[in-house]
Design a binder for this molecule. Sequence first.
Ligand code: ADP
Ligand code: MG
Ligand code: ZN
Length: 493
Amino acid sequence: MTDFDPVIGLEVHAELLTRSKMFCGCAVVDSTAAEPNSSVCEICSGMPGSLPVINQRAVEYALRVALALNCSIAETSVFARKNYFYPDLPKGFQITQYEFPLATDGWIEIDDPSAPVSSKRVRIRRVHLEEDTGKLVHRERHSLVDYNRSGVPLLEIVSEPDLGSADQARLYSLSLRSLLRYLEVNSGDLEKGVMRFEANVSLRPAGSVELGTRTEIKNLNSFRALSRSIEYEIDRQATLLRSGKPVAQDTLGWNEEQQITVSQRSKEEAHDYRYFPEPDLPPLHIDETWVEQIRADLPELPAVKRARFMSEYGLNAYAAGVLTAERSTAAFYEAAIESSQGTSPVKIANWLSGDLFGLLNEAGVEIDQSKVTSEALAGLVALVETGQISAASGKAVLDVLFAEGGSPESVVEKEGLAQVQDQAAIRLIVEQVLSNNPDQVSEYLAGKPALSEWFVGQIMRETRGKADPARVRTELDAALLALNDQEQSQSGR
Ligand code: ADP
Ligand code: MG
Ligand code: ZN
C-alpha cells in the first residue's frame, strides 16, 4: 500500500510469575488447570473491609522488566482505582496505576530476521503494575466465574505508536515475550493467557506526521490473531479512507471464526472509569539502591546476546536470532562450544538449529529435557567434521542419541558407522571397481571426465557408504591419472 501508512501501538498485559498474588497471600495457580476458586481469599474476592498489601516480589519483577526496557523508574508511583462493574471483578474496581506509573520512556530493539542488521527501536511509553481479573467460563445456558486469576500480578507495557505493519507488531510482541522469559518473570505460554495484546491501529496519508483516528482491538491471545486482526483492520480502514469516509474511533473485538474485527463500543459509549488514588495503599516509593541492585543482576538480554553470537561465533543474523530467542537454547549452544575443543561454532549451530531442533519440535520436547547433551552434540559434530563418520551417518547417530542418550562414539561403534579411512583398503576397492567396468574406463579415457562421478558412486556403493568420500576421490583421481598415462605411453605419444 503506498497511499496510506499504517501506524500501530500495542498494549501488552503480562502476568507475573510470583508465588503469591498482587495484594494478598493467595497462591498464583495455573488458571487453566487448577480447581476453580481454589485460591481465593477475602482480599482478592473483594470482601468489604479487607485491606490489600503490595507484593514486593511483583514490584521487583516489574522493575526487572522496566530496566530491561530502558525505562526511567519513578521514585514514587501511585496505585489507583479503575471503577467499572463486571462479574469477573468482584470489588467493582481494579487496582492499577494511572497518572503516576512505575516506569516511563523506555525502548526495545526489535529484529527483523529477514533483513540482516535492521534493528528497529520501538519506544515504550509506560510500564505499570495492576491486578488481573477473574475469569468467566461460559456453559450452554449460563456462565460461571472463577476467581483464581483475580488479583494475579499483571504488568502492562504500552508502546508508542512506532510500529508500521502487522509484521512489525508481531516481531515486537515476540521480542517482548523473549525478554520476559529471559527475565524469568513470565512463562510465555500464550495458550494459557499469561500474555495478552491490544492493538491500536490507524492510517495516515503516506509521509504525513499527524496521527489518524485509531481503533483499538481488544483481547488478542495469539501472535496469529494479533497479526491477522491488524492486517484486517488496515485493509478495512484503507477501504473507508479511499472512498472518502472517515474512520470512527472504536473499540473492536476479533472474531476468530469469521476472521473479522467487530465493534464492541464506540467513543460515545466509552467508559468513564472515574480513576482516583487507591485510599487503602500508600504511594509506592522505590529505593535507588534497590533499583541499582536489580539492574546489576539482569542477565545478558536477547538483543545483546544475539549481537555477541554474530561477532564471537561468526553466525549470521538469522542463526543468531534463532539460537538466542530462548535463554536455554543459547546456554546449550555455548556449553556445546565449550566442550567442543575447536569444532566450528557455525557447524555446531547448523546441527543444533537444523537437525536437533527438528527432532525436539517433532517430539514436543524442550531442550533442557533433551537426552542429547550439549557435550554429545559437540562430539557428534566433531566426528562428522573430521570425516570419521559421514554426514548421513551423523544424522542416524543423532536419532539414536535423541531416543536413548549416550555418547556419539559408543553409538558409532555399536552401529558400525565408522567410515573406512584406511587408504590401502580404499585403494583396493577403487582398483576393483575400475577393473570391473572396463567400458566406462575406456569412455572416460576417450574424453568423458563426467564419468568420474559415476565411479565415485560405484565405490561408495561397494563400501556401503562408509568410505570417506574425500579419500575416495583422491584415490580415484590417482588411479585414473595412472591409467591415462599408461594409455598415452601405449599409443606411442
Ligand atoms: P488508552 O488506549 O488507554 O486510551 P492511550 O491513548 O495512551 O491509552 O493509547 C494507548 C496505545 O495506543 C498506545 O500504545 C499508543 O501508542 C497507541 N496509539 C495512540 N494513538 C494512536 C494512533 N493514532 N494510531 C495508532 N496507535 C495509537
Ligand atoms: Mg487502550
Ligand atoms: Zn487472595
